[in-house]
Design a protein around this ligand. Structure first.
Ligand SMILES: Nc1nc2c(c(=O)[nH]1)N[C@H]1C(S)=C(S)[C@@H](COP(=O)(O)O)O[C@H]1N2
Ligand SMILES: [Mo]
Length: 386
């Protein structure tokens, strides 16, 4: 293989060919996947030891309803997920009558001067473009090829703006945002209730918003129609769908069932009793490979890895990768990390020196950047080199 060491070359050749290059005809791949790949990166190598759940279509119902995104399809020009591909965690509640969505109201209560209801359609004029944000379920994992994450462009209005309209009492310190969550079928794994308590500061600093449009379309039912919360940079469990109630609370407010259920997945210390004792459920900077391709060049197997970097609160150029414990981390070949709002692709070429199983692990070589999940090997993925 040519000895490529310049980032700019890799960016322009490898990424450009993903976007516009020839389409490969790989019999081993579903057509939809093959369609987004280019032949010069070779055949896709599966990750070992991961679940084999269906990808790209919903399964299960209610609280157990899921849809996984096939991350192998990500490419430079496919970093915004189509509405019908966006991952699902909990499907449209059986007890929610779609007719109710027509005259949807937001109820404001708790520590406010006066309880009130605002008709959602009366907020139409406030709706603005909120940009593209990546969302990840805190319960994402190997079982589903890490497919419980997606990115979409949202339109809506900031929660802080809404709070200006209803007058919180001086004693109010936080806001509980709740979504409809009544499902006829019980779940063994999930509890009902999807509310989270945010401080005013958290709502402000994250730019949390109530979304009414997803990728310029009405939000699909499974994603929260007619209105859902989006908390940029935080795990999806904080972003209630089918939002109907906003309650002003103080420091004595108990943690909600949702907060307790997701305490360990959002890296809390234990399961605090009070909402005020929960840390921000923000996503640390993380990175993982999403596609490994193999081709033969001059008799050698050359692997091209495509991956994502997401989360965190600042951009980095210190992304490093290793191919097994005990080996050295090396800088990732090519990426331009500019935003934490959505995911960024990276690419890396690798020539293994012997067959075997390799655990691919990424890190950020910067002590200033918190990477709790990377530190624990949460996003490590393995491949078999034959
Ligand atoms: N009402 C309600 N909202 C909810 C949930 C839920 O079970 N019920 N699940 C949460 C979780 S755990 C995640 S990860 C996100 C997923 O949003 P999505 O299904 O649109 O991808 O929704 C959140 N909002
Ligand atoms: Mo989640």
């Amino acid at each position: 293989m040519p000895n490529i060491h310049r980032r700019s070359f890799l960016m322009s050749s490898a990424l450009a060919s993903v976007a516009g290059g020839p389409i490969m005809a790989a019999s081993s791949l579903p057509l939809a996947v093959a369609g987004s790949l280019c032949d010069d990166d070779g055949e896709v190598v599966p990750f070992s030891g991961e679940g084999r759940r269906p990808m790209g279509r919903p399964y299960g119902s209610g609280l157990d309803g899921r849809q996984l995104l096939d991350l192998r399809k990500l490419a430079e020009d496919r970093l915004v997920t189509d509405n019908d591909q966006f991952f699902i965690r909990t499907r449209y509640p059986s007890e929610l009558d779609p007719a109710d969505a027509q005259a949807w109201k937001l109820k404001f209560g708790g520590l406010v001067d006066q309880e009130q209801e605002i008709v959602l359609s009366d907020l139409q004029d406030e709706v603005e473009d909120m940009g593209v944000h990546v969302m990840e379920c805190s319960g994402n994992g190997r079982f589903g090829g890490f497919g419980l994450m997606s990115a979409a462009q949202w339109s809506g209005f900031r929660v802080t703006k809404l709070l200006d309209r209803i007058k919180p009492q001086d004693s109010a310190t936080a806001v509980m945002i709740a979504g409809f969550d009544q499902h006829a079928r019980r779940s063994r794994n999930s509890r009902r209730g999807a509310s989270w308590v945010f401080t005013f500061d958290q709502l402000k600093s994250t730019g949390a918003f109530l979304a009414t449009r997803m990728n310029q379309q009405a939000i699909p039912q499974d994603h929260g129609f007619p209105v859902r919360l989006v908390v940029p940079g935080w795990y999806g469990c904080t972003s209630a769908k089918w939002v109907d109630t906003i309650t002003l609370v103080d420091d004595n407010e108990p943690a909600t069932t949702q907060m307790r259920e997701f305490a360990s997945r959002t890296h809390q210390r234990g399961v605090p009793e009070l909402a005020k004792d929960y840390r921000a459920a923000s996503m640390d900077l993380a990175a993982m490979p999403v596609r490994v391709q193999k081709k033969t060049v001059d008799g050698n197997s050359v692997y091209t890895l495509t991956g994502i970097i997401w989360g965190g609160d600042r951009a980095t150029d210190k992304l490093v990768i290793r191919f097994n414990r005990g080996t050295d981390y090396v800088p990732v070949d090519s990426y331009e990390h500019k935003t934490n709002q959505t995911w960024t692709l990276w690419r890396h070429r690798w020539t293994p020196d012997r067959p075997g199983r390799y655990r691919i692990q990424l890190q950020v070589d910067d002590p200033e950047i918190s990477t709790q999940r990377l530190d624990r090997g949460f996003y490590t993925r393995s491949i078999e080199v034959t």
